[in-house]
Design a protein around this ligand. Structure first.
Ligand SMILES: *Cc1c(COP(=O)(O)O)cnc(C)c1O
Length: 454
């Protein structure tokens, strides 16, 4: 009988991150300065990020070494297990073989610490005292709070108001790791005050919270800013997931035909899939990589490939990406980590070039899948992760119809233990599907046409 779990020893943990840019046929377009519309240089980014991360952001090196201090902290939870989803296979009566990589064993319960730790490390090395950031549902804030605690850095977090009110336990986790957490929009920044003036009861958004965190970092020389997704260096840090999985699949004597992950900004999708996509880009093996987004925030399937801001106030450089417009307000679905208006530049370019696929799914199908997975495998997935599971179930059913033995790998990017209110709402019938209309898009997209380079 096949093994249920495939573990790696600590000594087998990858020593380098993989940078997919080295193998991309079309390289990512440069971010542009919103004033000059010229590519941004390192000096433009220096107030926000330590130089080492800026170098990684523009690097085309295939492999970048993981510092030993970072690897030592990774050992708290890495290497993470690869599991064969035998229970789910049985429940679906499918000829498909299903594997998942489980990132929920980390200190914050998701993949986010894979980048929070190196980001805190490089800031510490360059003498930074405090890191400011935003968080939606609280996963990123928890991860960065933990990472800052490891290096004795202060951590200031702007948490989207609606989550601040609805998810008190996430806030307490951040406080436990020593971070200060403020509901966003707040009175602490101009960006926040501008929003509150127009709408005192604003429930906030990720775009607003990013503006607030950036403003704080720019205002104080000792403070830098940190982003938990979207940027090239963040995606690269996450590739430790897929590199471990490549080895584990090898031990299982298998290689995936399909790799699936949910996509908010693109970091966990990149993390699991790029080390497999490398085989395809180098002409060694074929693999379908599928990014799954919520139907209520469908930038990959309904958005446009344009230059747009990463935040609401327009403080970030202009990024060439699939976007719904930086003023797009996604419905209040429970997969908070997937409610972002854009997708990372690298994922966007790969999608444009037909090298990866995208699928948008409704939240009720996703929660159905999450509950089925919980019963079959004993792990309650984060609402974001249920998007991957729903797509896995679709593929496994298709394999049954075709009578084909396919191998499917997905990223179980986090557990849902701090998201039980989402499951409660689902069981009480309070969740609805969201039928996206083009009217929601038109105004927001018209707005960004003015931002395009000549
Ligand atoms: C943040 C988060 C996501 C979405 O972010 P990506 O950068 O797209 O990975 C998905 N799942 C979980 C559990 C998260 O915490």
């Amino acid at each position: 009988m096949a093994n249920k779990k495939i573990f790696l020893n600590e000594s087998e943990m990858p020593t380098h991150w993989y940078n997919v840019v080295a193998d991309m046929p079309n390289k990512p377009l440069p971010p542009l300065h919103p004033g000059t519309r010229q590519p941004v240089g390192p000096q433009d980014l220096a107030p926000l990020f330590p130089m080492e991360l800026i170098k990684q952001e523009v690097s085309a090196e295939r492999y970048i070494e993981i510092p030993e201090e970072v690897r030592n902290i990774y050992k708290i939870w890495r290497p993470t297990p690869l599991m064969r989803a035998t229970g789910l296979e049985k429940a679906l009566d499918t000829p498909a073989k299903i594997y998942y990589k489980y990132e929920g064993v980390s200190p914050s319960g998701s993949h986010k610490p894979n980048t929070a730790v190196p980001q805190a490390y490089y800031n510490k090395m360059e003498g930074v005292k405090k890191i400011s950031t935003e968080t939606g549902a609280g996963q990123w804030g928890t991860a960065l709070a933990f990472a800052c605690a490891q290096f004795g850095l202060e951590c200031e977090i702007y948490m989207v108001r609606i989550s601040y009110d609805q998810k008190p336990y996430r806030k307490i986790m951040m406080n436990t790791f020593g971070a200060d957490v403020y509901p966003s929009p707040s009175n602490r920044t101009q960006a926040g005050r501008n929003i509150l003036e127009k709408d005192p009861n604003s429930t906030g958004s990720l775009g607003i919270a990013i503006s607030e965190a950036i403003e704080r970092a720019v205002a104080d020389e000792q403070t830098k800013y940190s982003l938990g997704s979207v940027l090239n260096h963040v995606l690269m840090h996450q590739t430790i997931i897929g590199q471990e999985a490549v080895k584990q699949m090898e031990y299982a004597g298998d290689f995936p035909d399909i790799v699936i992950a949910p996509l908010g900004g693109g970091s966990n999708f990149a993390g699991i899939s790029f080390p497999f996509l490398q085989y395809q880009l180098q002409g060694k093996k074929d693999v379908r990589c599928i990014a799954v987004e919520p139907a209520s925030c469908p930038k990959l399937t309904k958005g446009v490939f344009r230059y747009d801001f990463g935040d609401t106030a327009g403080y970030t450089p202009l990024l060439p990406m699939y976007t719904l417009g930086h003023n797009f307000k996604p419905a209040a679905i429970h997969a908070g980590g997937l409610r972002y208006h854009g997708a990372s530049v690298i994922c966007s370019q790969l999608l444009k070039d037909g090298l990866i696929e995208a699928q948008a799914l409704q939240q009720l199908e996703c929660f159905d899948a999450g509950v089925q997975f919980s019963k079959a495998e004993g792990i309650i997935p984060a609402p974001e992760a249920t998007h991957a599971i729903a797509q896995v179930i679709r593929e496994a059913k298709q394999a049954k119809i075709e009578g084909k033995e396919k191998t499917i790998l997905f990223n179980l990017c986090g557990h849902g233990f701090v998201d039980m209110q989402a499951y409660a709402d689902y069981f009480e019938g309070k969740l609805e599907d969201h039928h996206f209309t083009d009217a929601e898009l038109t105004a927001n997209l018209a707005e960004i046409e003015a931002l395009q380079p000549a």
